[in-house]
Design a protein around this ligand. Sequence first.
Ligand code: NAD
Length: 377
Amino acid sequence: MKVAIPKERTPDERRVALVPDTATKLIAAKLEVSVEAGAGAGAFISDEAFAKAGVQVIAKVAELLSGADAVLKVQAPSTDEVELLKRGSVLISFLQPATQGEIVAALATRGVTAFSLELLPRISRAQSMDALSSQASAAGYKAVLMAAARLGKFFPMMMTAAGTVAPARVLVMGAGVAGLQAIATARRLGAVVSAYDVRPAVKEEVQSLGGTFIELALETQEGEGGYAREQSEEFLRKQRELIGDHVAKSDVVITTAAVPGRKAPLLVTAAMVKGMRPGSVIVDLAADTGGNVELTRPGVDVDVDGVTILGTRNVPATMPLHASQLYARNVMNLLLHLVKDGALALDFDDEITKGSCVTHGGEIVNERAKQVAVVAS
Ligand code: NAD
């Protein structure tokens, strides 16, 4: 069975779905591994490093993909790339099936069995494959460093001969995987951290990381499986009203709030940004999915009366080395789950295989992806 890893073609995507360590493990599992020349360059992995691990380096992407039984990617393929995939082959990547109707339809037409990492059931058996979590962790960490680099203040308290400096106040909104990593990182840098989430269950996790959990006088409800569910507009309006004071007192606000498969909720209005002190910094990690901050412009740094809003896109790609290392392991674990004795063995009775599959046998097999694909066609 041949496994191929093409170079990522999305602008600014520096991650790669294979690292030498995962290549060695795939080869040990009796798979033949090939990579497109230069695929690891953005993550500082040379073709020589791949070759040394036993990987075949192929210059032409068409040759690489046409012979592949399984293709591993980070970003969804373009329609041109889909045309190069072998009928009956397997694709594993982030596919954003809820919004990428055209690509999903093209994959089905092409007869590709595509697995989307966003759909992987978050059960303990699938934790080693959970790319959403590994990449969110990278984003949460980096968001704090981005904020610290922009803030004209120290994060820790400083007692110097020239006087004492108060620590920075950091507010994290959304305490999921990214938010918890942001809390831990900001604490390590010495900031005073508070956090808020609609799921009261995260209170203890926030506290165990040294953060203060903000409780608002609001009835909150959790969705299925411990995840947030979409809150009503009335709830969000009250939430913004109550959190306004906390935002105004913060030097740094990091927003990470998301609801799976939906547009990110609006947590910080333009008026709330205007209530912050000049020099404050907001990092909106939800910029790619609609933004938690009203004035965020995805991919652009915005200045509002001295308050900086960073809407950096694809933050995990700015940590290409470790983000690739973790991602490549997640993808390898999913691929090995689909393989037995060096050949594909897809068991659609299995929760992981069934749950993450988007297209198979010429059909779109995921309900939500099906609806979007119909709208797109
Ligand atoms: P996510 O990226 O979908 O959302 C981030 C956070 O935003 C969540 O904590 C959510 O509650 C919060 N949020 C949503 N709407 C909000 C609002 N209006 N105001 C404030 N906060 C809001 O979530 P995620 O980080 O991918 O995962 C969330 C949780 O799921 C994790 O913390 C973890 O407990 C759990 N999880 C479990 C597994 C597993 O294998 N069992 C794996 C990964 C995550």
